[in-house]
Ligand binder design. Sequence first.
Ligand SMILES: [Zn+2]
Length: 528
Amino acid sequence: MTRRKLSPQDLQEIRELASRWGKIVARHAFGESGPGTDIDLDAMEQVATAAVAGLSEGTLGTLLEKQAQLLGMEQPCPGCGRLCRLKRADRPLTVRGIQLKQSEPIGHCPDCRRDFSPQRPLLRLDGHGYSPAVLQMIVEAAGKLPSFPNAAYALCLAGVPISARHVERLTHEMGREMAQKRDEKAIQRRRRQLPERVATPPQVAAVEIDGGRLRTRAAACGPGVHQAENKEDKIACLVSLQSDRHEQDPQPEPPESFTEPRRVQRLVREMKGLPSEHPGEPAEAAEVAEPASSEKKAPPVEEWPRPLVRTCVASMRRAKLFGRMVAAEAQERAFYRATRRAFLGDGLAYNWTIQKAYFPDFEAIVDFLHMLCYLYLAAWATGGEQARRWSLYLAWLRACWQGRVNEVIDELHTWQDRLGKPLDDAELNAFDPRLLVAEALRYLHNNQQRMDYPRYRQEGLPITSSLVESLVGQFNSRVKARNKFWNRGEGDGAETILQIRAAVLSEDDRLSRHFAERPGSPYRRKAA
Ligand SMILES: [Zn+2]
C-alpha cells in the first residue's frame, strides 16, 4: 500500500487550484458584476466559509469513499481471521473545520460476535469520531487552558463542538496512554534498551526536582468530593543549558537580588513566610541606600546558564518510581552523555535518594534560594537590633555564596548554644528562634557537600532550582484551584492530567509525537 505524504509544494499547488475555484464561487454568489455596495464583509465571509466547508466535504468524502471501495466485499476479522462480508454504516466524523458523515465499511464476525471496521486502522481512527488532528487539539486545549469548560469553549470557537465532560473523558484517556508509554520507557531504560531521541548530547544538562500540591478525592465514589486529601505531585524539569567554563569564580560577590532587603523579604515570604519584625534594613537607611533605579536592574539570573530546551516529568507516584521516569527522560535526551551535568533540588531527602540512585555522576547542588531563606530566618532568630540582624544575614549569605559554609555552621552552633536547643516534645511556634536556628543548622549540615557554589559557577552550572520552581507554578495554574479535586485512582485523575500538562509544557512535541504514533483500532466501541 502506498502511503504518500504530499510535499509542501504539492499542497501549495492544491491551494492555488482551489483559489481559482474560489473565483467561480464568487461569481456564482454575486454574479459577473460582483457584489453591490450593499454587501458587507460578513456576507462575503459567510460565502467563503460555506465554500471551504463544501470543499472539505467533497474532498474528504471522495477520498474516504475511494479508499473504502479498495477494501472490497469481504475482509478478515481482526480477531480470528475469518472472512466477513462488509456492509456500510454511517458515522459522524469530526475533522478540522467540519463534521462529516462517513459511510464506513463494517464487518460482523459471528465467531467473535464483534463488529469491526477495517478502514479505521488505515486512517488511524478508533472508536472516537475525531480525526487524530482534532483529538490532539482537544487534548492540547485541555492541557493548556485552566479547566475543561474553558477548553470546550475554545474548541467550539475553533469549529469543534464538544462538551466539557467529553473533553475531560478524552483527556484522561489520552493521559492514561501517555502514562503507560512513559512507564514502558522506564522499563526499557532499565533493560538498557531505550534509545536516545536526540542526535547530539547537550553541552550542559540539568535535572531539577521539586514538588507541588493538589487536592484529591477518593475515586469511584460517585459525584461529589469524598475523602478529600491534599497530595504532593513530583515534578522534574530537564533542561539543556548553554554556559561557559571559567578559570575562576566569575561572580565572587553575591548579586544585588540577594542583598537588597525588599527583594530578599519578598523571596523569603514567597518560599517560607515571614515572622513579624524581620531583619530588613531600618526604613531611613533603606531610603538612603536605595537609588530609585535599583528595582529595575535585571536579576542576575540572565547571566547564569542560558536555558535551551526544557522538558518535564510529573507524577503522583512515590520517589523510586518517579526517579525511574526521570531517568528515562534523561536517557532519551542523552543527558548522561552531556559534558557537564547537574542535579538540583531543595533539601528534601528523597531528592538526593533519586540523585544517588539515578544520577550518581551528576553534580548534586542544593538550591541556593532555599538555603538563603534558612539563613535569613536564622539571622532573624538571633534577636536584637534589626540592622545588626540584617548585617548578620549578609555576612552569612556572603560566606555561603563564597563556599565558606563551615564558618556559618560554627556561628550557628554558637547561637544555638546561646538560645538553647528546641525541645523535642514541645509544640513550638514555626518562628520560634531556637527552632529556626536549629533548622538552618540541620540544613547546612546535611547539605554542606552540595553547597560548593564557587565551583559550580566556575563550571557554568546553575545554582538555583528556579527553573523547576517556575515550572511547578505552571503546573499549579492548571491543576490547583479552589474546588478542583482530582481522583486519586490511576486512571482518571491527578496522574493523567499531570501527563497532559507535562506534554504541553515540554518543548519536545510530545503531544504531536503521541498522536503521530497512535495506532487506530478496528473495533467499534462496545456498548457499556
Ligand atoms: Zn472473529
